[in-house]
Design a protein around this ligand. Structure first.
Ligand SMILES: [Fe+2]
Length: 250
């Protein structure tokens, strides 16, 4: 649609951020389903509620402009959600999946921060005081969420790295090095190795193996089980990430 003045540009950007919020509501619902670390899960659940409020705030801005809320496809948000889905499918362990999720959250929040910063400036220049307040509220939530998600990344990556080390050790034991003292490898490590060695192929694409095929890249693949362990990852690296600490108060 042609954009012929600043007001139309503002509405265009608003329609795109509205579309983004709606897509991110769906994306975060999936993240809640896939996250295993309980604090991360709870934090995303809380931010999901915040995101619903963001969409409602954008609807109020449309009302301030005397327009019906409407969406224009936001291809960046579409891509971010799709990348996050692919990452969650491809991660080969719960800890890796949690690290993938927090990384996706950071990317999403930075994208939203940029979108809202432009909109706040535009609302300010157009003298739209209430719209500016609503958009700034959204922006501040995104900034705070990004900041705390960034702080959580190190701990979640450490968990993934520690888990990798353990898997590696168990893998070596499985190949015979642990036979002398009677130790055995974990069934999970064995199943993963078996799947990789078999190179499970996507029937509708040329993807070579289980590691690279996902429902996003291979729609004919069965959906992952929604089962989630009730306990968080076993390895403790010190500080816990509490939902309130993760999200903080804007
Ligand atoms: Fe957000």
């Amino acid at each position: 649609m042609p954009i012929s003045n600043a007001q139309e540009l503002f509405v265009h950007e608003l329609s795109e951020v509205y579309d983004a919020e709606k897509r991110l509501i769906e994306g975060q619902q999936e993240m809640v389903e896939y996250a295993t670390y309980q604090d991360l899960k709870s934090a995303i659940q809380e931010h999901l509620e915040q995101t619903r409020q963001h969409a409602a705030n954008v609807e109020r801005v449309f009302t301030e402009l005397g327009q019906e809320a409407h969406r224009e496809t936001n291809e960046v948000a579409q891509g971010l959600v799709s990348e996050a889905q692919e990452g969650m499918q491809e991660a080969q362990s719960d800890a890796l999946r949690d690290a993938t999720i927090v990384s996706a959250v950071i990317k999403v929040e930075h994208f939203e921060m940029g979108s809202y910063r432009s909109l706040v400036t535009a609302a300010h220049l157009m003298g739209q005081t209430e719209s500016k307040r609503l958009l700034r509220e959204n922006m501040q939530h995104e900034e705070e969420t990004a900041r705390i998600a960034e702080q959580s990344t190190e701990e979640l990556l450490q968990k993934a790295m520690q888990e990798g080390k353990q898997e590696e050790e168990l893998g070596l034991m499985d190949k015979g090095q642990g036979q002398a003292d009677g130790r055995v490898a974990s069934p999970k490590a064995g199943r993963r190795r078996e799947a990789t060695e078999k190179g499970v192929r996507c029937p509708t694409s040329r993807l070579p193996s289980f590691r690279t095929a996902s429902r996003t890249t291979c729609p004919s693949m069965p959906r992952r089980s929604t089962r989630r362990p009730s306990t968080p990852p076993k390895i403790s690296t010190g500080r816990r990430i509490g939902p309130t600490a993760w999200l903080g108060a804007p």
